[in-house]
Design a protein around this ligand. Structure first.
Ligand code: NAD
Length: 313
């Protein structure tokens, strides 16, 4: 099996490359290092089955030789990144997806799109099943990410229907684990680095908004089961355990034995107030459900930041 992973030097891409190699795949990672870094896959570079190529998938995607699977993960993904890189985000979701789909079509490969729970926007249905069409503000600042992913989903389905490409769409819910960046604007790395350095833990709004967080190993397992199935999706992969952001901050404070105080800052525009995946489809059709418990996952991510004090200074 030869698998191309766009965004392979990112947080999730690097975990996917690692797991695919462990499963005996040949892996080609394409990345322009916009929000990722070669350091994320430095430990894989010595493997014969792994190649990392610097490439911007919005320019073109050319891969000599056979390709069995294309996993399209390239995209700024954290709120800070996509708010700072709005055009790049829209380009990689549109033109980048077009090129990645073109590669899958040319090679007769299975294509898997990394979509997101953000396609549900600020949801009015709870929990969110795949059949829910979402509640997204296209002209708000977050629209660049949400709508790019919604367009990418539509394009993926168009290639399936018009060109017969074997496609799959995964809607990923908030994921955490090693190789997240502490300053990427996501709650878990922010709270963890604040707690470990004794700075105030900054909770947005009153912290009553909810999130459902999944540990990266569970996510990777779910994605690979979808890749190896013949499902088109979309399929939600996330952990239905729902927590308020304030409870998340309190838990991280406790697990790090931190003296940091919890303070409250302004809530970002269009920040979703609730979020929880309905994973009935993944359970039924992929035999998948998350196995890493809430505090166990957090402890593993905290351990990573403790082991990398240079990241949290
Ligand atoms: P990340 O920023 O760590 O990784 C994205 C990678 O894509 C980076 O290495 C970046 O350099 C690369 N990239 C960006 N634009 C590119 C381009 N034009 N050409 C080539 N490479 C490019 O983010 P992540 O958290 O690993 O997210 C990976 C994918 O999963 C994204 O598509 C994201 O939308 C999706 N996703 C992530 C989460 C999450 O919780 N992490 C949730 C939902 C969806």
């Amino acid at each position: 099996m030869r698998t191309v992973v766009t965004g392979g030097a990112g947080f999730l891409g690097s975990h996917l490359c690692e797991r695919l190699l462990a499963d005996g795949h040949e892996v080609l990672a394409l990345d322009n290092f916009l929000t990722g870094t070669p350091q994320n896959v430095a430990h894989l570079l010595e493997k014969d089955a792994f190649r990392l190529v610097k490439a911007d998938v919005t320019d073109y995607v050319h891969v000599p030789g056979k390709v069995d699977q294309v996993m399209h993960f390239a995209s700024p993904a954290s709120p800070i990144d996509y708010l700072q890189l709005p055009i790049e985000t829209m380009k990689v979701g549109s033109t980048g997806t077009l090129h990645a789909l073109g590669l899958a079509k040319e090679k007769g490969a299975r294509f898997l799109l990394a979509s997101t729970s953000e396609t549900y926007g600020d949801p009015q249905v709870h929990p969110q099943p795949e059949t829910y069409w979402g509640h997204v503000n296209p002209v708000g600042p977050r629209g660049v990410y949400d709508e790019a992913k919604r367009y990418a989903e539509a394009l993926t389905m168009a290639y399936r229907r018009a060109h017969g490409v074997d496609t799959a769409i995964v809607r990923i819910f908030n994921t955490h684990g090693p190789r997240m960046r502490p300053n990427d604007g996501r709650a878990i790395p922010a709270f963890t680095s604040q707690a470990l350095t004794g700075q105030p833990i900054t909770v947005a709004g009153d912290g009553s908004q909810t999130r459902s967080i999944i540990y990266v190993d569970d996510l990777v397992e779910g994605i690979l089961r979808l890749l190896r199935s013949d499902l088109a999706g979309p399929v939600n992969i996330g952990n239905p355990h729902e927590t308020s952001v304030l409870h998340l901050a309190e838990t991280i404070k406790r697990l790090t034995s931190s003296d940091s105080e919890i303070t409250f800052i302004e809530r970002p525009v269009d920040d979703p107030s609730i979020r929880q995946p309905d994973i009935t489809v993944a359970k039924r059709d992929l035999g998948w459900e998350p196995s890493v418990m809430f505090e166990e996952g957090l402890s593993r991510t905290i351990a990573y930041f403790r082991d990398h004090p240079e990241l949290v200074r």
